[in-house]
Design a protein around this ligand. Structure first.
Ligand code: SF4
Length: 404
């Protein structure tokens, strides 16, 4: 069942085939023609049959970076959102959506969104590709270890703009996408309606056909959004949606410092809502992510506290644990106050967690030099610039200060 929020129509992007056929019918376009257009657009990258008025605009790729890793090539690409270059600012703002940011000289700078294609080799030796998508331009959550946080939130993406990242990866970069993770710019549960709508499209079996079990929402732990997810995954077809939670701290005092969201919902509340999600989803695994930062959250004491917090997600009654801990060595952001951790310290932390009964793995760092690794998405040029939009359209937490 698709989520309740209406999509932004007319566009072929970011909608399910049911929604597209229904919207076409309202304009007198038959279901046969609508279905053929939908399938050709997603399955062959052919937009020629899309009925007039429903064209999906794919923001152009304006920058791309590649890095060779042992599994293949990591590709980071940036799409530029504003197609109306040259339109007076008053008109740009009239559609109620921020389209750009102002430079010091008052000229418009463009909004770019970033995505990363990450090659992986599965246990069977098969090569797969994971697409890391952005759900917002910038982010309001302010995590201390994150590059994107430096931008503040400029605006949330529409379902079409989220789906356009998949389209660009598949049909411009030419890569078959097996998995999608919402781990790029933005907090997906700060834009829940659009993210769920986009997932409805991305998993459509006449469209991108990504399996629901291969889509993962990675969140900082907005408890309101997690409650909403616990309802969504009870609707048919959604139970297998992947969920990853960025824990990143062994206790509230460290987490308050690293992740301001913890001051709103502490680790006790977070643990409760995650237990509720486990009740609803049964044995399906949940990924807990832990960015390991030297001198901040990497001591053996911290490992003990973290193992206690994770106990409800461990082995119970002889059943396999639902919680998997993924330790991510910190990738220093620009102007970072902390260095990357020492390899031996990473190995010691991982070993200690396993000794304490928490199934723990270390995530290999890919894309570090391309600034495409976790927590490093963010466009330095537009950090801290001024938001443009209709008065009152600034999303909560949007940066609207003076030019730097
Ligand atoms: S880690 Fe995620 S939620 Fe936190 S500031 Fe960065 S993008 Fe936002």
């Amino acid at each position: 069942m698709p989520p309740s929020t209406p999509p932004i129509l007319p566009s072929i992007l970011g909608v399910t085939h049911h929604q597209f056929v229904a919207a076409c019918a309202e304009r007198g376009i038959g279901s046969g023609r609508a279905m053929a257009a939908y399938r050709a657009f997603y399955l062959e990258g052919d937009a020629s049959g899309v009925p007039e008025g429903f064209e999906g605009w794919i923001p152009p790729i304006v920058r791309r970076l590649e890095e060779e890793v042992s599994e293949g090539t990591t590709i980071k690409f940036c799409q530029r959102l504003d197609r109306q270059t040259g339109t007076p600012l008053s008109n740009r703002a009239a559609d109620g959506v921020a389209l750009g940011v102002l430079n010091n000289d008052g000229r418009v700078r463009h909004l770019d969104i970033e995505s990363v294609i990450i090659p992986m080799i599965g246990r069977t030796g098969r090569k797969t590709h994971t697409l890391c998508v952005s759900s917002q331009v910038g982010c309001a959550m302010g995590c201390g270890f994150c590059e994107t946080a430096q931008m503040g939130l400029i605006r949330s993406l529409t379902p079409a703009e989220i789906a356009a990242q998949w389209w660009a990866a598949r049909w411009i970069e030419g890569v078959e996408i097996d998995n999608i993770v919402f781990m790029g710019m933005g907090e997906p549960l700060d834009n829940t309606d659009a993210v769920l709508q986009a997932i409805g499209c991305l998993t459509d079996h006449h469209g991108p056909r990504v399996a629901m079990s291969c889509v993962t929402i990675s969140t900082v732990g907005r408890v309101d959004g997690l409650r909403r997810l616990s309802e969504q995954i009870q609707t048919p077809g959604w139970k297998r949606l992947g969920i990853a939670l960025s824990v990143n701290a062994p206790n509230d005092s460290v987490r308050d410092r690293l992740m301001p969201v913890n001051r709103r919902w502490d680790m006790g509340e977070l643990q409760s809502v995650m237990q509720r999600i486990v009740e609803v989803r049964g044995a399906r695994k949940i990924l807990f992510e832990y960015v390991l930062i030297p001198g901040v959250n990497d001591s053996m004491d911290h490992a003990g506290q973290l193992a206690d917090w994770m106990a409800p997600f461990g082995k119970r009654d002889g059943k396999a644990p639902v919680g998997l801990l993924n330790v991510i060595p910190y990738n220093p952001r620009r102007d970072s106050p902390w260095p990357a951790p020492d390899e031996n310290d990473v190995a010691a932390f991982v070993a200690r967690m396993n000794e304490l009964g928490v199934y723990t793995k270390r995530r290999r760092t890919k894309g570090r030099t391309a600034m495409a690794a976790c927590g490093q998405l963010g466009t330095a040029e537009i950090r801290g610039r001024r938001f443009i939009g209709s008065p009152g359209t600034e999303p909560a937490g949007a940066k609207n200060g003076s030019d730097d």
